[in-house]
Design a protein. Structure first.
Length: 334
C-alpha cells in the first residue's frame, strides 16, 4: 500500500499553509494597488478587478471541466497572478479587455498546463505579460499621464491630444523613465523623489518604490520571502549599472536611478521571489537573483526594448532546475 503522498511545491515545514501565504502576498500588494488608483484613477482599479476576476474564472473553469479536480481558486494564488498581471500593464481603457486575454494565457498556459500551483516552471503573471507585450505592442507601450489625486504634482513629458487620438488612447499620454532615457538621454529623466514615490509614467504597479518596499518589508517580517533574491537582484543591477555609469555618465544612468526605474523593484521583491519558480537553497537564490539583475541591465543597455525585467526573470526561471541540482539544500539530520 502506498503510504506516501507527494504534492507539488511549495513545501513549507511549519503551520503555514499555501492559502495563508497567498493571501498574505495579496495583502502585501495592496499598497501598490492604492498608489496605482491614486495616480491613475479608476482605470487602475477596474483593470485590477478584471484581471483578478478573469484569472479566478479561468482557473475554476479549467479545474472543473478540463482537469476535473476540486477547485483551488480560494487559495488566493489566482488572485496573486491577477494582481501582478494588472500591475504590469498600462492603466488605459484599452487594457480592460486585453488584460482578460493575458489572464487566460497566464492561468491557462503559464500555470494550469503544467498541473497548477506548485508545478509551473515559469511565473504565470510574467508569461501573460510577455504574451501581451508581443501581441499588443502599441497598447502595452502607450502610457497614460499621471493624474488622479496627484495630477497637479510635477510634470511628465506628454504627446499632443491629436497624437493620442491617432493612437486610440483615452487620455494624453506620457513616457516612462526608461523610454525617456532611450529617446532623450540622461537629462530627460525625472527626479529621484518622483521615481521613489511613483509620480512617473509606467505600469501602475511598478511605479512607486515606496509602496513596493512597504509590501516587501511585510513579506520579510512574515518570513514569506527571504532577502537573498531581492538583494542579489537589486545589488547586481546596481553594481553593473555603476560600472556603465562610471564609463560614460552621459549615456548611462546612476545605480540609484537604475533600481528606481522600470520593474526592478517589483520584479525583485514580488516576482523573482516566487517560491515555485525560484531555487530552494539560499546559495541558489543568490545566483538566481544575480542572474536576473545582470540580464536586466544587459537587455536595458543593448536591447531594443527599454525594459528587461520580465524577460530576465523568465530566462532565470528556465534554469532554476539546473541551479537546484547544483545548489542542493542541506539534507535533514545532516
Amino acid at each position: 500500500m502506498n503510504i506516501l503522498s507527494v504534492s507539488g511545491s511549495p513545501h513549507v515545514h511549519s503551520d503555514e499553509s499555501t492559502k495563508k501565504i497567498m493571501w498574505r502576498v495579496n495583502l502585501a500588494l495592496v499598497p501598490m494597488l492604492l498608489v496605482g488608483i491614486a495616480y491613475f484613477g479608476l482605470n487602475a482599479l477596474i483593470i485590477s478587478l478584471v484581471s483578478v476576476a478573469c484569472c479566478c474564472l479561468f482557473q475554476w473553469l479549467i479545474e472543473k471541466f478540463i482537469m476535473k479536480v476540486p477547485s483551488t481558486v480560494c487559495d488566493g494564488s489566482a488572485v496573486v497572478t491577477g494582481l501582478l498581471l494588472a500591475f504590469n500593464v498600462p492603466a488605459t481603457r484599452e487594457m480592460m479587455w486585453i488584460v482578460a486575454i493575458g489572464a487566460l494565457v497566464a492561468i491557462g498556459v503559464g500555470k494550469m498546463t503544467f498541473g497548477g500551483l506548485g508545478k509551473n516552471p515559469f511565473n504565470p503573471a510574467l508569461v501573460g505579460r510577455v504574451f501581451l507585450l508581443i501581441s499588443f505592442p502599441v497598447q502595452m507601450t502607450t502610457w497614460p499621464k499621471v493624474g488622479g489625486l496627484f495630477s497637479q504634482m510635477g510634470s511628465i513629458p506628454t504627446i499632443t491630444p491629436e497624437e493620442a487620438a491617432r493612437l486610440g488612447v483615452d487620455a494624453t499620454t506620457g513616457a516612462t523613465p526608461l523610454g525617456l532615457l532611450k529617446e532623450g538621454g540622461v537629462e530627460a529623466l525625472p527626479q529621484a523623489w518622483d521615481l521613489f514615490i511613483g509620480h512617473v509614467g509606467g505600469s501602475f504597479g511598478e511605479i512607486s518604490a515606496l509602496a513596493i518596499l512597504i509590501g516587501a518589508i511585510y513579506l520579510l517580517c512574515r518570513k514569506i520571502i527571504t532577502w537573498h533574491i531581492p538583494v542579489a537582484f537589486i545589488g547586481t543591477a546596481a553594481i553593473f549599472s555603476a560600472i556603465l555609469w562610471a564609463v560614460d555618465p552621459t549615456t548611462h544612468i546612476d545605480p540609484l536611478t537604475t533600481i528606481l526605474t522600470g520593474g526592478i523593484m517589483l520584479g525583485a521583491c514580488f516576482m523573482a521571489t516566487d517560491m515555485v519558480t525560484s531555487p530552494m537553497a539560499k546559495s541558489g537564490q543568490l545566483i538566481f537573483g544575480a542572474g536576473c539583475g545582470l540580464l536586466t541591465i544587459i537587455i536595458r543597455t543593448w536591447g531594443a526594448y527599454p525594459e528587461g525585467v520580465s524577460f530576465a526573470i523568465l530566462l532565470m526561471n528556465s534554469v532554476t532546475p539546473l541551479i537546484n541540482r547544483w545548489c542542493k539544500p542541506k539534507r535533514f539530520a545532516c
